[in-house]
Design a protein around this ligand. Structure first.
Ligand SMILES: NC(=O)c1ccc[n+]([C@@H]2O[C@H](COP(=O)([O-])OP(=O)(O)OC[C@H]3O[C@@H](n4cnc5c(N)ncnc54)[C@H](OP(=O)(O)O)[C@@H]3O)[C@@H](O)[C@H]2O)c1
Length: 345
């Protein structure tokens, strides 16, 4: 982060030379931070690390010094313009929703946090901006970082683990002793889903490729299906929940392997998913779309489990923010094992 002494007029656009001739107001410190932005949709080459003024936290917000940020497919899809219906197209756009860092400043109305606190969280909706040296976040969308975890580990948790938790517990209503099929078990969401399903007391059948079979077993999967050699739904007995993390299994095709009151949960907001959700309202087998929410109580639960060693993030790689293009390219292959994380300072 660089620092410069400027007046309010300088920040509103007056030329520096002109500024020196005027008696300005009291000099304020304007700090600058590095952040990843893009000015148009496109491939990874549109991404660049730029310097921007440090934002100021408003009411209910905190300014965080970010130490690590994790990527999600949402970052890749948004940058490519595939989610423009949701994201809008007001440029520049910023990258990253998951972050871990230290509270630098607090806006009005924020209770229970102090400068210096180690925190982590997920930015809700589409503003992004976690891949930066600093970011302003809503105080109710963060939790204290598990002390035992380094920032890259903590940053790897929020979006993926919240999705897995909310999909299994809230949408799937997974209960102890039930059977769950997790398709896409070795990626960011899947690696948490396997661990959380075990924590919730379920029998876990994980779908992955052969190279990740050992990984998902080590996370707690009881059975593994290799999607390259078997149908993803080739289970030995019906399951109570199908969690289609990867997003290539349709509700209609999964009904045969669901118990009569079973639930299929998808992560992809596609038309067939929405139609299935609507259509299943009057049937005993349910179809649900999970849409992740940044909830403090859930983050605190995940932090407690991480502190106790009950869940642990699986990290594919940790790279510096300057390598954002390569990191997004890797995630875009859809073959990452767990999370791709960036260090930001
Ligand atoms: N709705 C929401 O709120 C929400 C939230 C989070 C994520 N999502 C969506 O959920 C999806 C998964 O997210 P993620 O972070 O887990 O992605 P990810 O980390 O990119 O997932 C990569 C994993 O997918 C596996 N995979 C590749 N091809 C597969 C196939 N044909 N069958 C089964 N698994 C396969 C890979 O395993 P192998 O290398 O072994 O093939 C790899 O480990 C994305 O589409 C994302 O946008 C939605």
């Amino acid at each position: 982060m660089s620092e410069a002494f400027v007046t309010a007029e300088t920040t509103s656009g007056l030329a520096e030379g002109k500024e020196r001739l005027r008696p300005g107001p009291e000099p304020a410190i304007c700090t600058f931070m590095k952040v990843v932005e893009y000015q148009r949709f496109g491939d990874e080459s549109v991404l660049s690390v730029v310097e921007r003024p440090t934002p100021t936290p408003g009411r209910g917000q905190v300014l965080v010094d970010v130490f690590a940020a994790a990527l999600n497919p949402k970052d890749v899809l948004t940058r490519a313009g595939k989610l423009r219906f949701f994201s809008g197209q007001r440029f520049p756009m910023r990258v990253g929703y998951d972050w871990s860092g230290v509270v630098r400043a607090i806006g009005s109305g924020v209770e229970g946090l102090a400068a210096g606190d180690e925190v982590f969280g997920m930015i809700q909706a589409w503003a992004g901006g976690a891949v930066a040296e600093q970011v302003v976040v809503e105080a109710d969308q963060l939790a204290k970082k598990p002390a035992a975890l380094a920032h890259p580990q903590a940053a790897a948790i929020p979006l993926a683990a919240l999705t897995a938790l909310q999909a299994l517990r809230d949408e799937g209503r997974l209960e102890p002793g039930q059977r769950v099929l997790i398709n896409g078990a070795s990626g960011g969401v899947g690696t948490f889903a396997v661990q959380l399903a075990r924590l919730l007391g379920a029998h876990v059948v994980a779908v992955t490729s052969a190279r990740n079979a050992e990984l998902v077993r080590s996370l707690g999967a009881h059975e593994v299906i290799d999607y390259a050699t078997s149908r993803a739904t080739s289970v030995s007995a019906p399951v109570d929940v199908v969690f289609d993390v990867f997003g290539n299994q349709r509700f209609a095709a999964c009904r045969a392997v669901l118990t009569p009151s079973g639930t299929w949960v998808s992560t992809v907001p596609k038309l067939h998913v929405l139609a299935s959700q609507l259509g299943s309202r009057f049937s005993s087998q349910r179809a649900r779309l999970v849409l992740v929410r940044s909830r403090r109580a859930d983050l605190e639960q995940l932090a407690a489990w991480a502190s106790a060693g009950s869940i642990a993030p699986v990290i594919d790689r940790v790279v510096p923010m300057a390598d954002i293009a390569a990191a997004q390219r890797h995630l875009g292959t859809r073959r990452a094992r767990g999370k791709v994380v960036l260090t930001t300072r």
